[in-house]
Write a new protein. Structure first.
Length: 216
């Protein structure tokens, strides 16, 4: 299930024309622990400013998520350890209120290799030959806060009594499917050296390999 970082602004530091108003502390509620965003991926953020006629939100790497509608944003932070989201709200009395919200930037956790549709089955899967032949090799971020799609561009497969074969893409070509069709029950297939496109803002990390035991 997709989770969001929520920013609710109940009171803001006010800046009215020709007035000097002392900054006030705001109440911020976040759906995620420690107000963290992750480098190299699209972090979904939802922002609401109760009582405002309109508001704008700006930050490096922040853009509206038009597919989700008003108040929904994507934040893809770059270098550094912190990113600041600045909100400017237009209030009904024509005054402007401004607030800055800081998020810590962290790198992604080490990813696990898996078969699409088996994200919660761990690093040793049990499948039939037919299921494996039609499998899509994918990447899973264990215990992550929201869904991230990371495409697989290459992987290696080790079938008993055969050499390791490197495959481009995320599915088995016909020549490997023919070999898989002949493997015996309880044979263990290893999927290793899984590669994905590296983001210019994220350090690439090794994908944990996994194994598949043939059940039928």
């Amino acid at each position: 299930m997709l989770k969001y970082i929520f920013i609710f602004l109940f009171t803001l530091s006010a800046f009215a024309q020709n007035d000097s108003v002392a900054p006030q502390n705001i109440s911020v509620i976040s759906a995620e622990k420690l107000n963290v965003v992750y480098r190299g991926v699209d972090n979904p953020i939802k922002i609401a400013v109760p009582g405002a006629k309109s508001f704008t939100a700006t930050a490096p790497g922040l853009s509206p998520d038009e597919s989700k509608g008003t108040g929904n944003y994507i934040l893809n932070p770059g270098a550094g350890t912190e990113v600041i989201v600045t909100l400017v709200a237009q209030m009904p009395d024509s005054t402007s209120k401004v607030e800055k919200k800081a998020f810590r930037i962290m790198g992604l956790p080490p990813p696990d290799g898996t078969i699409e549709g088996f994200e919660n089955e761990g690093l040793h899967l049990k499948m039939t030959k037919e299921e494996l032949k039609n499998a899509v090799i994918s990447i899973h971020l264990p215990n992550f806060l929201f869904e991230v799609k990371i495409p697989v561009v290459e992987f290696a497969v080790k079938i008993p009594r055969h050499k390791i074969i490197t495959v481009e893409g995320n599915t088995f070509p016909e020549e490997i499917k023919k070999v898989l069709a002949k493997v015996k029950k309880k044979s263990v297939i290893s999927i290793t050296h899984i590669r994905y496109p590296s983001s210019p803002n994220a350090m690439p990390k090794r994908v944990t390999p996994f194994t598949v035991e043939i059940t039928d």
